[in-house]
Design a protein around this ligand. Structure first.
Ligand SMILES: [Zn+2]
Length: 143
């Protein structure tokens, strides 16, 4: 498979490793948006986050948690983190091997919140929100 992140997992392409366990690998983004900007990926190829099983996603987020604690503990001036995953091209995913970004944050770094990423004009009507809630909590054969 011609996947750059699978090649990083196999060692064919080098990386600046931050953390590794049985299921996940974390390394510095080579085009960082902040000091310590890290990506955490599953070692087993998954095109996007929603293509992983709940167990695989849980294993990935166990690593995300450990890396997050490490970034907070070891990097100076880090007082917060923003954690996120672009999922599929419409959300900005460019490498089709799922990856979780961890951006170390500090006061006054100029970055926004997750609410600044997506700000579509959507209804805030409680009846509409209730309909979405009911749709999402209804039985679904895939979950
Ligand atoms: Zn891959």
């Amino acid at each position: 498979m011609d996947c750059i992140f699978c090649k990083i997992v196999s060692g064919e392409i080098p990386c600046f490793k931050v953390y590794e366990d049985e299921n996940a690998l974390a390394f510095l983004d080579v085009a960082p948006c902040a000091d310590g900007h890290t990506m955490v990926i599953p070692k087993k190829h998954a095109g996007a986050f929603v293509e992983m099983t709940p167990e695989e996603a849980g294993n990935l987020f166990e690593a995300v948690n450990k890396v997050s604690v490490r970034l907070m503990d070891k990097l100076e001036n880090v007082t917060g983190l923003t954690i996120g995953a672009n999922t599929y091209a419409s959300a900005g995913q460019t490498v089709m091997h799922t990856h979780i970004h961890i951006f170390p944050r500090c006061e006054g770094d100029g970055g926004g919140t997750t609410h600044s990423i997506v700000n579509s004009a959507v209804s805030k009507d409680p009846e509409y929100l209730k309909k979405i809630s009911e749709l999402l909590t209804s039985e679904n054969e895939n979950v």
